[in-house]
Design a protein around this ligand. Sequence first.
Ligand code: FAD
Ligand code: AMP
Length: 471
Amino acid sequence: MATNLTMPQIKKSILIVGAGPGGYVTAIKAAQMGAKVSLIEADKVGGTCLNVGCIPTKALIHVSSTFSAIKEQSAKLGITVSGMDVDWAKAQQYKGSIVKTLVGGVEGLLKANGVAVYRGRGIVKDAHTIQVGSKTLTADCIILAVGSEPVRIPIPGADLPGVIDSTGTLALTEIPKSFVIIGGGVIGIEFASLFASLGTKCTIVEALPRILPPIDAEITRMVRADLEARGIAILTDARVESIEQAGASYTVHMNYQGQAQTVEGEKVLMCVGRRAMTQGIGLEEAGIVLNCGKVVTDDHFQTNVPGIYAIGDCNGKLMLAHAASAQGIAAVNHIMTGRDSYHAETVPSCIYLEPEVASVGRKEEELQEQGIAYRCGTFSLSGNGKALIEAGGKGMIKILADAKYGQILGVHIYGPRATDLIAAAAIAIRLEATVDEFTSTVWAHPTVGEALGEAAEAVFGNSIHWPPKKK
Ligand code: FAD
Ligand code: AMP
């Protein structure tokens, strides 16, 4: 029987609300699997990630880290540089050109895959219907991918003009001389690193006893020490209570370890978390259960209303672009085939610092709390040639493995190229690989990746390029 491979048979129709990395990837996947797909977007295709999140921050971080690498290393490398400066307007243009290229590319992909894009705010009417302006769209299933927006803590001064969020920071027309950053989460720390490299005096104010709570504690201590060595002031156990304008700058009042304290900045960045954009779009009226504004779903990302799914930032499970995309693909697989395809344990977390941080799988603290018997292998990147050449040997790799069989449970990296290297660790976890399989894999030399093999060696024995452990 002749089959038409290029025109898949339409099996289902799906309405997707929101065209961020959750919604647009889901739309393309669903279309490729033969669904009739309509994608509704209130603002720009690409969502937070492409327009005001991952991509523009990483473009500016590329500028700042290139600048600091030349500034810090040129003398040592024998490169003579004079009159070095950052033209912020050009840096912003560079950022804008990358965003434009990617957003245009996504629009092209949607078209090429036959996805119908509707512009406007989608309102849920029932389990099969979305209203967009005067249009009523219907389908077999709905996938909500409406994302999130920055929150502001309700304190006096939170609305002053120089108190900005991540979106405002990305749009700055000048590099501030000083910046108070409220919130020591991933976004706050990345911005502190970015602006510190450009010469801004940055102060991070974090309410909890440590910065970057989701990251391995040992790596967090190293990151903190390195950020402080770069001149970034970090105040932990410091809860911001109010902000006041003082001429051209702002005074941030806080309770710092039980004492009243203030810190001044030309700008104040408030990055204390994000909330799901689930208000006023008919979710409660349609009977969808929310928890603190986040859409509650099961393991297939289906809500309590059969046929309505919620993926990405709006379900609040893990606010990362690749998690949103993977959840969307899983929802589509569930709709089209009834099968599961999401492996939460393989979702990496990355922080774009100098050097980078990346981790996947279980944390040591978690294993301890859950009483899981594990072994830990670490390798300092001072013993790795490539890391020494590129970043002075700063950083480490930590591998956590099951004590009995050596199955890799978690990998934590602080070092150059960490955000790319973590892919090897994620696939190892997906394949339930053991440290034995890591040590019997041949790693190219000289690469930072070799250190993964060395850290694996350290789990049950000794690394080659490190003195033997004392008995
Ligand atoms: P979003 O990207 O927020 O997209 C939701 C879309 O839905 C938006 O376009 C919105 O306009 C639209 N929408 C909302 N309501 C409606 C409606 N009713 N009708 C129609 N459309 C609607 N993650 C990473 O993985 N790596 C990073 O390096 C990274 N860096 C970040 C840096 C910053 C500064 C920020 C703020 C975030 C960063 N993130 C990063 C997080 C990442 O951007 C989000 O996790 C990701 O964008 C979530 O994707 P999403 O599709 O769920 O939602
Ligand atoms: P994240 O949720 O990862 O974006 O990080 C936001 C950070 O902001 C968290 O680590 C919070 O502890 C921190 N935070 C929230 N409220 C305050 C506050 N009033 N003062 C200082 N830090 C805060």
